[in-house]
Write a protein that binds this ligand. Structure first.
Ligand code: BGC
Length: 437
């Protein structure tokens, strides 16, 4: 299973130097963009040849169990989209898999494109906006054969695929995510042998290039669309990680996309469990999301902020020993997003990761789904609601937590999410709440 913080830091230190600074356009959206998220490889099943399919089949260090058929989103998307609609969600995030659309170089699989057409149609018919990820860490096997991100040719091929996808889904109100969590992408490629550690700066700079060009391409083909990438926030080292990607694309972002899962504070250093992949043992730290938003609001004062991913893993669906549930996690995080908004941060959206459990890059054990699925043992792959479903539905309906809500988890003692700043300038608590509508 992948391990984030330590290697991520190493990758940051290996960063190449590419520079670009400018003033991005700001564009606030109304109403608040409540969303749910998923990704191609993790959910779809029927996996075509790709880097990840190969990692799984050759059993790299990330792989703890076989992929099987994931949760068969490929054939059950209508149900997942209907479930998202029933939550009241306004955004449905999914990935269009390059490996599926172009399984061999220059050979486009029309049936797979028709499948994505139908996904988009279902999302629109449900009254939601598609948030389309162009690259959620997966590329076709033929791209792996040519060296993956170690070759410049992949940049051109990636952009040709991006053009095809954007051209097909332009004019539909899509929000575009170019590259999912670029820093973790690089880290995973190193861990699974896609590249060697010393090649990281080249991969980083190629991801910067594809983002910058895709940004322009999308604005040319789909004028008015919102485009970004999402940063995986790692407490304490984010500035170093930003130096490998986001600092080089700051003039090519329409909003700041942030993913927040795990915090750190003087009274909570449980993030250390991430080092050996036991993410479910990490004690959630909801107030951390406030400091993540404050960090990026300070860094990009002219850009709106969007929480592209937020979620909590359980140990194979078991109740947490401390009794903290998915519903608690959701309400507590939304509370702190509302606190951020009340304190002047321009937060425009929040996606929950994920609509269903899925293949967590080598294992089904960490489960993040609002709907839980026994991918190993249930051939019917039934979607069963967790307590997060009812909680999310009322959060959306009320544009936030009920008045007077107090988080189940108390604020951290000296949060280190934004280094010393979050410790020395804690958010006033309880403090004012702004509705997210
Ligand atoms: C990724 C997802 C992953 C989630 C939970 C994010 O890093 O974008 O693919 O499942 O975190 O670990």
């Amino acid at each position: 299973m992948r391990r984030r913080p330590v290697l991520g830091l190493v990758v940051a230190l290996l960063a190449g130097a590419v520079s670009a600074v400018g003033a991005p356009p700001a564009q606030a959206e109304e109403p608040f963009l409540w969303g749910v998220a998923t990704s191609g490889y993790q959910s779809e099943g029927s996996a075509p040849d790709s880097n990840w399919r190969r990692y799984e089949q050759s059993g790299t260090s990330s792989i703890e169990e076989p992929y099987r058929n994931a949760v068969d989103f490929r054939h059950r998307y209508a149900e997942d989209i209907a479930n998202a609609r029933a939550l009241g969600a306004r955004v449905f995030r999914f990935g269009v898999e390059w490996a599926r659309v172009e399984p061999r170089e220059d050979v486009v699989d029309q049936a797979e494109l028709a499948y994505y057409d139908d996904v988009v149609d279902h999302v629109l018919a449900a009254g939601m906006r598609p948030m389309i990820t162009l690259d959620h860490w997966v590329y076709p096997g033929w791209v792996a054969d040519q060296g993956g991100w170690d070759t410049q040719k992949t940049v051109d091929d990636w952009l040709a695929n991006a053009r095809r996808v954007v051209d097909r889904y332009k004019g539909k109100g899509a929000i575009w995510i170019t590259v999912n969590e670029p820093t973790v992408y690089v880290q995973n490629e190193i861990e699974n042998g896609g590249i060697q550690a010393w090649q990281a700066p080249w991969m980083q700079s190629r991801l910067v290039t594809v983002h910058r060009r895709a940004y322009d391409l999308i604005h040319q083909l789909d004028p008015g669309a919102m485009v970004s990438s999402n940063a995986a926030y790692i407490p304490g080292v984010q500035a170093a990680l930003d130096a490998t990607f986001v600092d080089h694309v700051r003039d090519k972002l329409d909003f700041v996309g942030v993913d927040y899962y795990y915090g750190a504070s003087l009274d909570n250093l449980s993030a250390v469990h991430g080092v050996n992949g036991e993410f479910w043992k990490i004690d959630p730290q909801p107030d951390g999301i406030y400091y993540v938003l404050r960090y990026y609001a300070r860094k990009f004062p002219d850009l709106p902020l969007y929480v592209v991913e937020s979620g909590m893993p359980t140990d194979d669906g078991r109740a947490r020993p401390d009794g903290y549930t998915r519903a608690d996690h959701l309400r507590d995080h939304v509370y702190w997003v509302q606190r951020a908004k009340a304190d002047g941060m321009d937060v425009i959206g929040y996606n929950y990761w994920s609509i269903t459990d899925n293949y967590e890059w080598g294992s089904y054990r960490p489960r993040f789904g609002l709907y839980t699925v026994d991918a190993r043992s249930d051939p019917a792959l039934n979607r069963r609601p967790t307590d997060g479903v009812a909680a999310y539905r009322s959060l959306v309906a009320g544009d936030g937590v009920p008045a007077g809500y107090r988080p189940v988890k108390a604020p951290a003692v000296c949060s280190l999410v934004d280094g010393l700043d979050s410790c020395l300038r804690p958010a006033p608590y309880p403090g004012p709440l702004a509705p997210l509508g």
